[in-house]
Design a protein around this ligand. Structure first.
Ligand SMILES: [Zn+2]
Length: 263
């Protein structure tokens, strides 16, 4: 049983064939999908997806993504706070949140403030977080040290071995997606074979980050099976073990067994 721990199934890219894709995901062995949201206008749609669909259980996370700062308003934080209370027990995490300094010029301070405000909400509602971190791992780790009770998943991990070890020390899982299959990603494959399997999570980030061979095309949740196979190959471990352990990791870190899927 596979889990796609990061799939943007709420995106309009999937409006026309969501049910077909869920059937395909079921056939590929996927039984659970976590849907992080990126901005207030996505929250309602993401919450509507709660439940079991075509045999696949869908779990929502709510948050404000650092890459889309222009979409966010100060008042969204109060709405998020209210929704996290209203839907307590149904929402798996605050996410996707974090820091993206790749193209950030003058909004680093605003990103940091928004991220910290959402860490405070995660703490208040005792929820894990789903992190998006690009070129800002040291800043993120520094901030997380002030919230030792918070764990979660660092999605589409792009940092160093040392940074990964610091996340793991705080109880975070390292998210691995389609990039592990890209021919240029040798360094990533070496890194992912050095980390403890008990600290890894599989994901697609669909519709983005399609595996090698589908690059440039729309990614889909079924591809998490390809990510699992690639991880098994680069670690030299049986596929069954990779699936079993990474599924357990996500079940435990996001406490999926405790989530109520009735909307
Ligand atoms: Zn994402």
């Amino acid at each position: 049983m596979l889990i796609d721990s990061h799939c943007h199934l709420d995106f309009s890219d999937f409006h026309h064939d969501r049910a077909t894709l869920l059937h395909q995901a079921f056939d590929a062995g996927i039984r659970r999908i976590v849907i992080p949201s990126i901005a207030r206008k996505h929250w309602h749609r993401t919450l509507q997806l709660i439940g079991e669909n075509c045999g696949v259980r869908l779990y929502p996370a709510l948050g404000m993504h650092p890459f889309f700062m222009a979409l966010h308003q100060e008042s969204d934080l109060a709405v998020l706070d209210r929704l996290l209370s209203l839907k307590a027990g149904q929402i798996v995490a605050v996410g996707e949140v974090g820091l993206d300094f790749a193209k950030a010029k003058n909004n680093k301070e605003a990103q940091l403030a928004l991220f910290e405000a959402q860490l405070q909400l995660a703490k208040k509602h005792q929820l894990p977080v789903i992190l998006h971190v690009v070129k800002a791992h040291d800043q993120t780790l520094k901030l997380l040290k002030q919230y030792p009770e918070i764990t979660g998943i660092v999605h589409a991990y792009s940092g160093s071995l040392n940074q990964a070890e610091q996340y793991i020390k705080q109880g975070f899982l390292i998210g691995i997606g389609g990039a592990i299959t890209w021919p240029t990603a040798n360094k990533k494959r070496v890194l992912f074979s050095q980390l403890p399997l008990e600290s890894l999570a599989l994901e697609t980030d669909a519709p983005d980050m399609a595996p090698d061979g589908l690059k440039g095309q729309r990614n889909t949740p079924s591809q998490v099976a390809v990510v699992a196979q690639a991880l098994a190959t680069c670690r030299g471990e049986p596929l069954e073990k990779i699936i079993q352990v990474t599924t357990n990791n996500v079940m435990n870190t996001l406490r999926l067994a405790d989530i109520c899927l009735l909307s």
